[in-house]
Design a protein around this ligand. Structure first.
Ligand SMILES: Cc1cc2nc3c(=O)[nH]c(=O)nc-3n(C[C@H](O)[C@H](O)[C@H](O)COP(=O)(O)O)c2cc1C
Length: 209
């Protein structure tokens, strides 16, 4: 009886365990984007989600060469940190993409990451090797006050999710943040980021059913 109960518990723990990958597009490893992502991570960790936090600024990722070899082989010809990112996306249940606005768009680092994701989206066949059932969160932050620029960034991330069959389930845009101390004063925003992370396990469970 005891053994049976443990068996059930183990099975449930296994079913419930979730992984998230958080990709931070800013070159500043301790910048505003990282602060925002860290609150989302705190929320996810509070519900037991295992998180891989990956700042693109600390990684080496060459730009896409446009050779399109990946359309035939499913793999880029370049061996660099993109291998880790692709592996992380394939094995995660939750994908978080975050970028500050640079000239009204994602950063160069984030754009390189998106371009190098071509092995995950075969332009010839329209097929993706990404297993179904994943959910995505888009985060954008900027110094200026209007939302439009950030909404463009969220659209870019949701377009990316669409090609990979990842269901976009949440986004947060933050305006008026030039440097991290501006964000640290915004307890409402940080609370919203935490709640977004905390709610993702339930959202993922719903998306699966
Ligand atoms: C090269 C560059 C371009 C930027 N372009 C914009 C912009 O177009 N609109 C805007 O609102 N803020 C812009 N910013 C400000 C950043 O979006 C803002 O400072 C953000 O909080 C930086 O996030 P980080 O600390 O994570 O790098 C720019 C900053 C840099 C360095």
């Amino acid at each position: 009886m005891v053994a049976r109960t443990i068996g059930v518990w183990k099975r449930r723990a296994c079913v419930e365990s979730r992984k998230a990958i958080c990709i931070i597009g800013s070159p500043r490893s301790r910048g505003s984007t990282a602060c925002l992502v860290d609150r989302v991570i705190d929320g996810m960790k509070a519900t037991g989600i295992e998180v891989d936090r990956l700042p693109l600024g600390a990684m080496t990722i060459g730009p896409c060469r446009g050779c399109r070899a990946c359309e035939d082989t499913g793999r880029c010809v370049q061996r660099d940190d993109m291998d880790r990112l692709i592996g992380g996306i394939l094995e995660s249940d939750v994908v978080v993409l975050a970028s500050p606005s640079y000239w009204g768009d994602v950063t160069g680092q984030m754009k390189v990451f998106i371009d190098r994701s071509l092995p995950l989206c075969n332009a010839k066949t329209g097929e993706t090797p990404v297993p179904a059932g994943k959910v995505g969160i888009a985060l954008a932050i900027r110094a200026g006050r209007s939302k439009e620029e950030n909404e463009h960034i969220v659209d870019t991330f949701e377009h990316y999710f669409g090609h990979l069959g990842i269901r976009p389930v949440g986004s947060l845009t933050v305006e008026g943040v030039e440097h991290p101390p501006d964000l640290k004063e915004r307890s409402d925003v940080l609370e919203e980021a935490f709640a977004l992370g905390r709610g993702i396990a339930a959202t993922h469970r719903k998306a699966q059913s």
